[in-house]
Design a protein. Structure first.
Length: 314
């Protein structure tokens, strides 16, 4: 049984078709990444999953429980950390977590609440009113709220947006531990280095459609390969080399990252540059990362077509 099963989910907001028949599944115990630019449909999909919005058609189930027909049980299986900092200003941190436990009918849950607070470095703030916390501390409480009922499936919607390095490290250490213990983790993030380091498998959405779905390592192998990074002291990239250019890396007009089919192409590229009067200051050969893959799949800013969907089973 899949942890999350999404089948042909469609959602329209007036003239905007937010989701266009999204279908994929997330297996139990996976650390799964859901990536895409702003407006791709990620938050809409999570809202439907959490019961905060209703799909126009299609279905979503959590561990076999339909999020509409069996909402109560589906919600028990799920813990969601939202993007927005939503909190009740009248309670302390401990009171907030006890109240959240009560929503799930959990009594005598203090031992687990204390453990969650300790793992998120909230113990010192346990008796502090929520409105007195910094933004980073409030986000830690949101994570703790999602975990108080020990859900087997945890959804993190931009959990480290705008927070400091310490929180990011603390959060990922705890979440990685929960994943090792068997919890399914679903992550949306704009920090692609986090997704590359943490996620076993990744789905990419663009304009409400899945445009890539496969293990992270295979994505990197399929779209990656080596690249040659040149820094010019003089001249610009010859026209014949423009098809190899990775546009996102030409940030200052002097740096040019070129896709390589193999390292044996380096000599001919350098010869072409010299023949065109280019003066090279620095050379580096690198492996592509998830940011390069993301840019290539999403197409350029002028609306290039995304790469075709390719799903690979684990």
């Amino acid at each position: 049984m899949a942890a999350i099963e999404i089948r042909n989910v469609k959602k329209r907001y007036r003239a905007l078709q937010a989701l266009k028949g999204v279908t994929f599944s997330i297996e139990q115990g996976e650390f799964f990444g859901l990536l895409g630019p702003n407006g791709a449909g990620k938050t809409t999909l999570i809202s439907i999953l959490a019961g905060l919005a209703r799909a126009d058609s299609g279905s979503i189930s959590v561990l076999g429980h339909d999020v509409v027909r069996d909402y109560r049980q589906a919600r028990r299986e799920l813990g969601v950390v939202p993007q927005e900092l939503v909190f009740d200003p009248f309670f302390t941190v401990r009171e907030t977590l006890r109240l959240q436990s009560g929503y799930f009918g959990l009594r005598h849950n203090d031992a687990w609440v204390d453990e969650v607070m300790a793992n998120l470095d909230l113990t010192d703030k346990a008796d502090v009113n929520m409105r007195a916390l910094s933004g980073g501390m409030k986000r830690r409480v949101l994570v703790a709220q999602a975990l108080v009922h020990r859900p087997p499936v945890i959804v993190l919607d931009e959990p480290t947006a705008g927070v400091d390095v310490e929180l990011r490290q603390t959060l990922w250490k705890f979440i990685s531990r929960l994943n090792r213990e068997g919890h399914t983790i679903v992550l949306t993030t704009h920090y692609l280095e986090e997704a590359q380091a943490l996620c076993d498998r990744i789905a990419m959405l663009k304009l409400g459609e899945v445009v890539a779905l496969e293990p992270t390592t295979q994505l990197l192998q399929r779209f990656g390969g080596p690249r040659l990074v040149l820094r010019f002291a003089q001249g610009t990239l010859p026209q014949s080399l423009r098809p190899l250019l990775i546009e996102s890396h030409n940030l200052d007009g002097r740096h040019f990252a070129l896709r390589l089919g193999g390292c044996d192409e380096v000599e001919s590229i350098l010869a072409t540059c010299r023949a065109n009067g280019c003066v090279i200051e620095d050379i580096d050969i690198q492996r592509a990362d998830l940011e390069d893959v993301f840019v290539q799949i999403m197409g350029d800013a002028h609306g290039a077509e995304p790469a075709p969907l390719r799903e690979t089973a684990i």
